[in-house]
Design a protein around this ligand. Structure first.
Ligand SMILES: [Mn+2]
Length: 447
């Protein structure tokens, strides 16, 4: 079996920084440490990230629905044997793998397994049929067709099924080996009961988040082996000490870039371009109050790598950043569902559960014609998720200002230092950062 990969993954509802830091950090771990690290994503790619990936020529990382191991992770891909081949061939596979041997029809459909028990059952049938056992030698036995001695009642599990969902079935079985199929029912491999009852845990590196509530589903079934982030702490406990970095810079892409620079490495142009996009997106082109001197230094180096050879149509990071921000900032073309869900984060404070979604626009005037349906959608989202409060932060990335749409116990936010407009929204002239400005202000009121 190949060494199982380490998954580097950002938060649910991934933004450009979550995708960029996952791809960039996985690259560094492969390049610098020789690790089998692969980037993954915990949700759909948003319009901005999609534009960035297309522009620089990279594919989105594979989607990881949750961290619960699937049957394909514990499957052993033993060579299949045709039913009419001699039992000897199945016996050889069974002996060398110390498991059942898969007997598979020519069309790929598994017939069953040849195991010690199935051969014993075959011999017992021979005795019942009063075959003259004096005439049956082992050599003779091994020439019968494999289909004569196969166990055809072996349970089958699709490779994409969660291992935990097959557990009960395996516990009720007296067999030790099971068949794993492709999702079209053809043979994929076999698995053994110890691996079903205690599957190897996924190795995860969390980037751009550290809270379980923002992480890929079933995170408790994975081993978190590292955290690299720039958000407030809310991390789940781990069994072992792990490298844990949460630093107050403007993007996780900044932290990845600093490590690439420290390692003396030069990333391929698309990786540098992606990290620069993550950095510029999170810091709103280095204008957000979250921006630090370290972000500026990293941006300068990344711009040199990504834009220096003129293969992208942007001469400066500002030009590139303006195009990035504009690419995700058109409210008119988007459904309410996408506006509310593509950058939604859930929080808890005391017994209060709340959500703050953020959406970027090129002009706050885009909000007014959609306000009624957005407000209704936000209230629907609040009720559906059992939240006490839901906030949509509509941020004008050109002027650096926001409007807040509220649903639920909005009087808890009466003391926010923003002006309530006649339409019920809050006008927040200098507010651009959910993490550094809005969330601390809300948490301050709720405590
Ligand atoms: Mn980030």
């Amino acid at each position: 079996m190949s060494l199982s990969p380490i998954h580097v993954i950002g938060h649910l509802n991934p933004d450009t920084d979550a995708i960029a830091s996952a791809i960039g950090y996985a690259w560094l771990l492969r390049e610098r440490d020789g690790l089998n690290a692969v980037a993954a994503r915990a949700g759909a790619i948003n319009p901005q990230t999609s534009w960035v990936l297309k522009t620089i020529g990279l594919e989105p990382p594979p989607y990881l629905a949750d961290a619960s191991p699937r049957f394909e992770r514990i499957a052993r891909t033993l060579p299949p044997i045709l039913p009419d081949r001699p039992l000897r061939e199945a016996w050889a596979v069974a002996a060398s793998s110390r498991s059942g041997a898969p007997i598979v029809e020519a069309d790929g459909k598994p017939l069953g397994l040849v195991t010690g028990n199935s051969v014993f059952a075959f011999l017992s049938r021979q005795m019942e049929e009063r075959v003259d056992l004096e005439l049956v030698s082992v050599a003779r036995l091994l020439t019968v067709r494999a289909r004569e001695a196969v166990d055809t009642d072996v349970p089958q599990f699709p490779r994409s099924m969660r291992v935990r969902d097959g557990r009960q079935r395996v516990l009720r079985e007296e067999r030790d080996d099971f068949i794993v199929t492709n999702d079209d029912g053809t043979y994929f491999g076999i698995c053994r009961s110890p691996d079903v009852l205690n599957p190897p845990r996924l190795q995860l590196i969390m980037v751009d988040h550290n809270e379980a509530g923002q992480a890929v589903g079933a995170i408790e079934e994975a081993d978190i082996i590292e955290v690299l982030d720039h958000h407030r702490l809310g991390n789940p406990p781990t069994h072992r000490p792990i490298p844990f970095t949460v630093d107050t810079v403007g993007s996780t892409s900044t932290l990845v870039s600093e490590r690439i620079i420290a390692a003396g490495l030069t990333p391929p142009r698309p990786i540098a371009g992606l990290l620069l996009a993550g950095l510029l997106s999170d810091t709103l082109n280095l204008r957000s109050p979250t921006t630090t001197e370290r972000d500026r230094r990293a941006a300068k180096q990344l711009a040199q790598w990504a834009l220096g050879d003129g293969s992208l149509p942007f001469r400066t990071y500002q030009e590139y950043g303006d195009a990035i921000l504009a690419s995700g900032a058109d409210l008119a073309a988007r459904s309410v569902e996408s506006i509310l869900n593509s950058d939604l984060k859930l929080y808890e404070s005391g017994d209060l559960k709340f959500a703050v979604a953020q959406v970027e626009v090129a002009n706050l005037m885009q909000l007014n014609p959609r306000l009624a349906e957005i407000s209704a959608g936000l209230e629907g989202l609040r009720a559906a998720r059992g939240l006490d409060l839901a906030v949509l932060m509509v941020t004008d990335v050109v002027r650096g200002a926001s409007r807040l749409v509220l649903a639920g116990q909005t009087d808890r936010l009466n003391d926010l230092p923003y002006t309530r407009l006649p339409d019920g929204t809050l006008d927040a002239p200098d507010l651009v950062s959910r993490k550094k400005q809005l969330l601390p202000a809300i948490l301050g009121l709720l405590e």
